[in-house]
Design a protein around this ligand. Structure first.
Ligand SMILES: Nc1ncnc2c1ncn2[C@@H]1O[C@H](COP(=O)(O)OP(=O)(O)OP(=O)(O)O)[C@@H](O)[C@H]1O
Ligand SMILES: [Mg+2]
Length: 258
């Protein structure tokens, strides 16, 4: 299983929207896909229609070693897409995990030997705490959603420093598959300027596909559906399909056969 973390410590930049719709796009392309909700807000779980009865076991139990991934995973209504849901319990995990010697490697250990899925996306909370550290330690690669705002690049350099530390200490194989520009608004000159700066700075690391600001993307979660299912032809959904194609083209050859 290829493991893709979706992280950015900045809040509200489109991590969860990207995780849900990339996971849906991959599932639609025939990949058996797992969406891991590692945020106590549980937005990825709600946004894929997982109700509270389906969250008896959650990512919290998996991190604490009280359930296996296979036991806690639930199917979504989307064919080929399963979810490891999150509950508010997870907010306590940051503290409870401190007692474990391998506190940053709990998710990695839980995913080792997991079978039944070709790819997983890990939706991270908006911080660089122990939950995100577990995601980066477990992941093969990182996808960074970036909102084209004035402070975007500063936040990004902090994230890249964290990635370097994780590579040195916990996970030397961690790569960065790309940076995705989100909530892009062509009418806003600042957006254009920041996007130019980001591309100037990071070059090909930035995906060509850009996710536009699109109201359908923000409506979909209230229906418990990925935008790709709620309205597959809206500009946001089309952009996520294009991003998924680009992502697949960047994955190592042997994994693409799935
Ligand atoms: N391209 C977009 N166009 C319009 N609205 C969007 C877009 N992407 C996300 N949103 C909306 O913006 C809000 C924040 O998005 P999202 O929840 O994906 O960000 P996040 O980075 O996961 O947030 P958090 O840091 O709180 O986990 C949500 O209400 C979402 O529906
Ligand atoms: Mg989120």
């Amino acid at each position: 299983m290829i493991r893709i973390a979706i992280a950015n410590q900045k809040g509200g930049v489109g991590k969860t929207t990207t995780a849900i719709n990339m996971a849906t796009a991959m599932a639609a392309t025939g990949w058996k896909t797992l969406l891991i909700d590692l945020d106590p807000q549980g937005n990825a779980s709600t946004g894929t229609g997982i109700d509270s009865r389906q969250r008896e076991l959650s990512s919290y139990d998996v991190l604490l070693g009280e359930a296996t991934v296979a036991e806690a995973v639930v199917p979504s209504s989307i064919p080929g897409l399963d979810v490891l849901p999150a509950t508010v319990d997870l907010s306590g995990a940051e503290i409870e995990l401190v007692d474990f010697e391998d506190r940053a490697g709990r998710l990695r250990r839980a995913l080792a030997g997991h079978v039944g899925h070709d790819v997983c996306f890990i939706d991270c909370p908006p911080s660089l705490g122990l939950l995100t550290l577990n995601a980066l330690t477990a992941a093969d690669t990182l996808l960074v959603p970036l909102q084209c705002e004035f402070f975007a690049l500063e936040g990004l350099s902090q994230l890249l420093q964290t990635v370097e530390k994780v590579q040195q200490v916990f996970n030397p194989d961690l790569g960065i598959v790309g940076v995705a520009l989100t909530m892009f608004d062509r009418r806003n000159r600042l957006t254009d300027q920041v996007s130019e700066d980001v591309r100037g700075c990071l070059g090909n690391l930035v995906f060509e596909s850009v996710i536009p600001r699109n109201v359908r993307l923000s409506e979909a979660p209230s229906h418990g559906l990925p935008a790709l299912i709620y309205d597959h032809s809206c500009a946001g959904s089309r952009a996520y399909m294009a991003l998924a194609r680009e992502l697949i083209s960047r994955l190592p050859e042997k994994r693409k056969a799935a």
